[in-house]
Design a protein around this ligand. Structure first.
Ligand SMILES: [Zn+2]
Length: 297
């Protein structure tokens, strides 16, 4: 298990989504809003799932909401997927808070993660288990369906290790870092394919997840405590299995009927995603993550 059992989790960095908080929170002009999802593996589009997992996950609170109050310590993060999301959000933000100003002279701003069940509203449209985890630049929030990690293993084929899940969270915060650095728009060239801006942005987020992984066990929270234990080879194997599981070629061949069409790629091949996570993990430096500087992706 990867968290130090006695570490404290900070639930103020997440919200349980759903319920009565679905009003328009973005001032003005919602009608003209461009739907922009920076997801883990899909270009966007919600599938209109009507499955409400709420009762299973939370025992009957408001539709779409998830109770995070039971997440208090690292031991909770080791036993429970929702608590693991919270612990990872804490660690990733602790890391970038120090690294961003040191490396590129930009201040880090916290981003809230919305952990929801079934579906909830974002400024980028409806979040559901059909969209998968994503970062919404319009409200600067990360959206993760509490049940996604089950799918990551059962549907996409990642192994069930904790770093497989933590990689997902760190990838989405990689998009937030890109947003803060003003480079997220480079992925919006409207093109797809192995060398498209979108794929480069995704592979960079994988690399940034790797950078965090490199520093995870030395990153301290505000009280000077570390959340995560040193990573093992098995942990890294888990992260790579998740990166490979969400590669475009793997998804097309396993879920899309077997035909691999490179020109429609939005996130990069399994091999590329593993490669860029590894690049970030080995260097521990975001300056090695410039996926726009090479065509050898
Ligand atoms: Zn992504």
């Amino acid at each position: 298990m990867s968290f130090n059992e006695g570490a404290s989790l900070d639930t103020s960095q997440v919200t349980g989504g759903g319920g009565g908080r679905t009003g328009a929170v973005v001032g003005g002009g919602v009608g003209g809003l461009v739907i922009l999802l920076i997801s883990l593996f899909l270009g966007g589009g919600s599938g209109g799932s009507t499955v409400d997992l709420n009762d299973i996950l939370t025992g009957g609170t408001q539709s779409g909401s998830v109770d995070t109050s039971q997440c208090k310590t690292g031991a909770d993060a080791n036993r429970d997927d929702v608590c693991r999301i919270i612990g990872t959000v804490n660690s990733v933000q602790d890391y970038w808070k120090d690294a961003l100003p040191a490396d590129v002279q930009r201040q880090y701003q916290d981003a809230t993660t919305v952990i929801y069940a079934g579906q909830t509203q974002s400024a980028c449209g409806t979040a559901s288990n059909a969209t998968g985890p994503f970062y919404c630049p319009s409200d600067q929030r990360v959206y993760i369906d509490a049940s996604f990690f089950t799918e990551l293993t059962s549907k996409f084929g990642a192994d069930g290790g904790p770093l497989a899940q933590e990689y997902v969270v760190a990838h989405e915060y990689g998009h937030h870092v890109q947003d803060l650095l003003g480079i997220l728009a480079k992925g919006q060239d409207g093109k797809t394919g192995p060398l498209s801006g979108g794929v480069r942005i995704e592979l960079m987020a994988d690399c940034l997840a790797g950078v965090w992984a490199n520093h995870a066990s030395s990153t301290k929270d505000a009280s000077g405590n570390t959340l995560l234990k040193p990573l093992t080879d098995a942990d890294i194997k888990s992260a790579l299995s998740a990166a490979a599981a969400v590669g475009d070629d793997h998804i097309q061949s396993t879920l899309g009927g077997g035909r691999v069409d490179q020109e429609s790629w939005t996130h990069g091949s399994s091999a590329s995603r593993e490669k860029w996570f590894t690049t970030g993990y080995k260097s521990g430096n975001l300056n090695t993550c410039d996926t726009f500087a090479t065509n050898d992706l």
